[in-house]
Design a protein around this ligand. Structure first.
Ligand code: CA
Length: 343
C-alpha cells in the first residue's frame, strides 16, 4: 500500500504505539496501583491494563494509577484519532484520562472517558495533532475525590488507524465520491451533493411528530452555504463493514444514508420535486452499469449492490435547526459491496 489514504480531506496515520494490546509490558511503565492483568476476558489477546483509584478513611490506603509510554513517534501537524477499548466501574468515584505530553508544549492534553456501562466499550477520545515528533502517552486513573474504590480496564489502544481500517475508510470515501458524481450527473436541478469531510457523521434526529430535525450540519463540507444560498441539497452518512472471505480477500460493504433537503416554498411544488428526484436517483443507481462500472472503487474489484436501493423515509416535513430553515426531507439507503484483495 502507498501512503496513508485520507478519510475525507483528512490524513490519518498508522498507530505508533508499541504493544497497544498490553500483551508485552515494555515499553509500558506502571506507576501506583497500575497493573497488567493476564485473564481470558481481555478485549484482545490475553492481557490488559488495570488502573485503580482508591481513597480510604486511612490516609495510607490512598492510591491512583498511571501507565505511560515515552517517545511515541508521531508526525507533527498530522491528525491522530485517539481510541481505546475500556470498561469501568460506572458508579465508581474515579475517572479515566488519556494524557499527551510534549517537550515543547507546557500544557498536557487531557481527555476524560465517561463510564458507558458493563463490558468493553470503544472509547473514541477525539483527535490529537502533535507539535513535537515524540509524545508521551499516559493512561491515568487519579485519586478519587471522596472515599471509595474505582477501576478502569484498558486494552487495544490506538493513536491513528491501522492499515485495514485506513483502507476501509478510503474505500468508503471513494465510494461516496463516485456516488456524488453519479447523482450530480442525473439532473443539476436536484441540488448539490455533499460528502462528509469529518470522521464523524452529521447528527440527525426525528422530531416529535415525525418531522426530520437536523441538529448539526457542521460535519458537511461547505456547510455555511446550506440553508443560505443552497436551498436544495443532499448529504451522505456513511457506514462501512468488513467481512473476511475464505479466499483471503475481504468483502467491504459501504452503506450510505442519503438525505435530501428541499427548502419550503408555498404550495406543494417542493414536495413533488423532492419525491421525483428520489425516484430518479433510485432508478439511476439500480442499473448494471452503475453496479459494474460507475461505483466500483478499484481496478479489478468486483462490486455489487448489497441490497436494492430503497427509500427509508418518504418525503416529510423537515427542519434545519441551524440556521432554522423549514423544508422537506427524504432519506434513501444505498448499500454497495466490493470484494477487495489484500494482495
Ligand atoms: Ca490485550
Amino acid at each position: 500500500m502507498g501512503g496513508p489514504p485520507g478519510w475525507g480531506g483528512l490524513t490519518c496515520m498508522a498507530n505508533p504505539i508499541v504493544s497497544p494490546g498490553f500483551e508485552v509490558q515494555p515499553p509500558w511503565q506502571l506507576v501506583g496501583a497500575a497493573e497488567i492483568v493476564s485473564a481470558p476476558d481481555a478485549h484482545g489477546g490475553g492481557q490488559y491494563l488495570r488502573l485503580l483509584g482508591r481513597r480510604g478513611v486511612l490516609f495510607e490506603s490512598d492510591t491512583g494509577s498511571t501507565c505511560y509510554q515515552i517517545e511515541v513517534p508521531v508526525t507533527p501537524g498530522k491528525l491522530y484519532p485517539k481510541r481505546a477499548w475500556t470498561r469501568g466501574d460506572a458508579f465508581g468515584p474515579t475517572a479515566l484520562a488519556v494524557v499527551f505530553s510534549q517537550a515543547s508544549v507546557p500544557d498536557e492534553e487531557f481527555f476524560l472517558a465517561a463510564p458507558l456501562g458493563a463490558g468493553w466499550h470503544l472509547w473514541e477520545a477525539g483527535t490529537f495533532i502533535p507539535v513535537d515528533p515524540f509524545v508521551t502517552i499516559s493512561y491515568v486513573v487519579p485519586l478519587p475525590v471522596s472515599n471509595g474504590l474505582g477501576w478502569w480496564d484498558v486494552d487495544d489502544v490506538a493513536l491513528g488507524l491501522d492499515e485495514d481500517e485506513t483502507l476501509m475508510r478510503s474505500t468508503c470515501v471513494d465510494f461516496m465520491n463516485r456516488l456524488k458524481m453519479l447523482l450530480e450527473g442525473i439532473d443539476p436541478n436536484f441540488g448539490k451533493v455533499y460528502v462528509t469531510t469529518k470522521r464523524w457523521p452529521t447528527l440527525v434526529a426525528l422530531e416529535e411528530g415525525g418531522a426530520f430535525r437536523i441538529t448539526s450540519v457542521g460535519a458537511l463540507d461547505d456547510a455555511d452555504r446550506i440553508g443560505r444560498d443552497v436551498t436544495r441539497f443532499w448529504w451522505m452518512q456513511p457506514q462501512i463493514d468488513v467481512e473476511p472471505l475464505t479466499n483471503g480477500s475481504a468483502e467491504y460493504r459501504s452503506t450510505v444514508l442519503l438525505t435530501g433537503f428541499y427548502q419550503h416554498e408555498d404550495g406543494d411544488g417542493q414536495v413533488a420535486a423532492l419525491n421525483q428526484a428520489a425516484i430518479e436517483i433510485l432508478d439511476a443507481i439500480n442499473t448494471r452499469t452503475t453496479e459494474l462500472t460507475t461505483l466500483n472503487t478499484g481496478d479489478g474489484y468486483l462490486g455489487f449492490l448489497g441490497h436494492r436501493p430503497r427509500m427509508v423515509q418518504p418525503v416529510q416535513p423537515g427542519k434545519l435547526e441551524e440556521p432554522g430553515v423549514q423544508g422537506n426531507v427524504v432519506q434513501l439507503q444505498i448499500s454497495f459491496a466490493e470484494e477487495v484483495s489484500y494482495i
